[in-house]
Design a protein around this ligand. Structure first.
Ligand code: PNS
Length: 159
């Protein structure tokens, strides 16, 4: 049974994330989407909200489950029997840091990282840019799953 993880902040999940998750789900028996709980960085969405959004948007893939974790990703992988980390690469600029993390993680426990190029349709999309554009009234609906676009609009309306 092959079990991989797609880790990230997912604040909020975008269609770029979903593109990588869906394609990775086709390559492994099991895929866990794991949200890092980062006590130093308060996001726009609470962890519970991100879990709900990811559960709703990954329901189409029966082998995908959603979870959150604290601490080191390699410890989470060891505790859950995960043998591969899948990371989406949007552009060459992502590569330097991702390579560094992949090599660090491999050196720590031997867990491997596989890089998946994102679809060019979403290569410019990031959660932070989407939030920034939405805050100033720009249209980002085409970059987000419907439930996420609705949730983001709700957050901004509540401010
Ligand atoms: O969506 P993000 O914020 O780019 O995701 C980054 C994430 C969560 C994958 C990365 O920061 C991570 O793995 N954090 C867990 C802590 C850890 O293991 N740090 C050492 C990395 S070598």
């Amino acid at each position: 049974m092959t079990h991989a993880v797609c880790p990230g902040s997912f604040d909020p999940p975008t269609l770029g994330h979903l593109d990588v998750i869906g394609r990775a789900a086709g390559l492994f028996d099991r895929l866990t989407v794991a949200i890092l709980v980062n006590p130093d960085k308060k996001g726009m969405f609470e962890i519970e909200e991100r879990l709900e959004l990811l559960s709703a948007t990954t329901a189409q893939w029966p082998n995908v489950s959603v979870d959150s974790f604290h601490g080191l990703l390699v410890d989470y992988c060891a505790a859950t029997g995960i043998s591969a980390i899948v990371k989406g690469l949007r552009a060459v600029s992502d590569f330097d840091y991702e390579l560094q993390m992949a090599q660090m993680n491999h050196g720590l426990t031997g867990v491997d990282t596989l890089f998946m190029p994102t679809s060019p349709t979403y290569s410019f999309v990031s959660s932070s840019l989407v939030k920034q554009v939405a805050r100033y009234g720009g249209n980002v609906g085409h970059l987000l799953p419907g439930v996420v676009a609705t949730a983001l609009a709700g957050k901004l309306a509540a401010r």
